[in-house]
Design a protein around this ligand. Sequence first.
Ligand SMILES: *[C@@H]1O[C@H](CO)[C@@H](O)[C@H](O)[C@H]1NC(C)=O
Ligand SMILES: *[C@@H]1O[C@H](CO)[C@@H](O)[C@H](O)[C@H]1NC(C)=O
Ligand SMILES: *[C@@H]1O[C@H](CO)[C@@H](O)[C@H](O)[C@H]1NC(C)=O
Length: 188
Amino acid sequence: MDIKPSLLSSLVVLLFLLFAHSSNATNKIVEVNKICNATLNPSFCSKILNSKPGGTNRADLITLAKYTIGVVRSNVTSTIRLIKSLIRNSTNSDAKDHYQLCLKHFDYEEGALGEVVYAEKMLKAKDYQGVNVAASGVMATVEGCVSGDSPSDPVFPDHSSLPKYAEYVEQVADIICVICNYLTGIYK
Ligand SMILES: *[C@@H]1O[C@H](CO)[C@@H](O)[C@H](O)[C@H]1NC(C)=O
Ligand SMILES: *[C@@H]1O[C@H](CO)[C@@H](O)[C@H](O)[C@H]1NC(C)=O
Ligand SMILES: *[C@@H]1O[C@H](CO)[C@@H](O)[C@H](O)[C@H]1NC(C)=O
């Protein structure tokens, strides 16, 4: 009577391993240099991926995607904190309007934070095309804060650290897009 549960649990472990193996068919190991070579800023990308605790030596694509999404989430969150502080401190209404628009571009409801949460969800669902769409969404919405929503919008002369934060977020999101292109097989 005692044997049965342990047999059962061995079977569960075996099935899990089989399942994990088959569903990881796309989860290859790709050299960090090769991934970063395909990004907009390869040296920035190497810095980010090589700062992964435990190192990136032979890390698989899904592990790198998970790590990079975590980085972008933390950067989006600190950017939101910065924007709220900039709104509080603004003394002129143009600046206040600009930062309020940027807050929309970064927050959960319409902005980057919502896209990041969606990327996490898609990664869990192994929908790597979905992760790519979400990461591209992060880049687009952040660019809308920096450059305005349409090309005819004048660019606000922002001398705060927000443009630097925004650029950082865009570059991390770009790394996620490249990792996804390897996961979906667009890049080989
Ligand atoms: C980096 O990209 C260039 C051209 O885009 C290519 O010639 C080179 O082989 C690539 N290097 C690596 C390490 O993939
Ligand atoms: C982005 O997030 C990473 C990881 O939490 C952190 O080390 C880095 O300082 C952040 N950068 C910015 C500009 O927020
Ligand atoms: C807003 O003002 C406070 C108080 O002067 C200051 O500590 C903080 O750094 C300012 N925030 C920004 C983003 O400049």
